[in-house]
Design a protein around this ligand. Structure first.
Ligand code: GNR
Ligand code: NI
Length: 177
């Protein structure tokens, strides 16, 4: 298992559209394990392969309190959406910012599990929001795209400033500060 580096907005690699997985093999299972480890360490409730610069259609989530419900979705496809849920969202690729976003409240999603078996999941609330957020990543989309241009530009400028500051302090970066 390995901890992967998470790309941060406005890194252009986050705009890449991920390609479908042809076969769920050991390489994909290793990717899933590393995504889960990276998500739990962050900590976060979801992570898309795009965020670790792997442009394949793979995402993981766990919305439980005690890391008891890991889910991996390969080639996820939303079959139907219903209702509206406004939730305060955050993103590991947009650290430190939380904003309200409106999404479907309930979804039906079809995907391949880690054994390559096709599954259909009907869910709502936080898990439904999280899966929509992660599928957006696979399409090169971020939650800041739903905000006003003014808010998005402010976030962009502040994050760029943080990133440049970290680049100029390589020792602190190595020490994890
Ligand atoms: O950890 C995360 N929390 C979160 C909260 C509300 C809506 C979506 C999310 S996903 C986010 C982790 C992440 O960035 N996944 O891409
Ligand atoms: Ni995110």
């Amino acid at each position: 298992m390995a901890l992967l580096k998470i790309l941060e907005f406005p890194d252009p690699r986050l705009r890449t559209k991920a390609t479908p997985v042809a076969e769920v093999d050991d390489e994909i299972r290793t990717l899933i394990d590393n995504l889960l480890e990276t998500m739990y360490a962050a900590p976060g409730i979801g992570l898309a392969a795009t965020q670790v610069d792997v442009h394949r259609r793979v995402l993981v989530t766990d919305v439980s309190e005690d890391k008891s419900q890991p889910l991996a979705l390969v080639n996820p496809e939303i079959l139907s959406k219903d209702g509206v849920e406004v939730m305060e969202e955050g993103c590991l690729s947009v650290p430190g910012y939380y904003e309200k976003v409106a999404r479907a409240d309930s979804i039906v999603v079809r995907f391949l599990d880690r054994d390559g078996n096709e599954q259909t999941l009907e869910t709502d609330g936080l898990l439904a929001v999280c899966i929509q957020h992660e599928i957006d990543h696979l399409d090169g989309k971020l939650f800041v795209d739903y905000l006003s241009q003014l808010k998005r530009q402010r976030i962009r400028k502040r994050l760029l400033k943080d990133q440049k500051q970290r680049q100029s302090e390589p020792e602190a970066q190595a020490a994890g500060h």
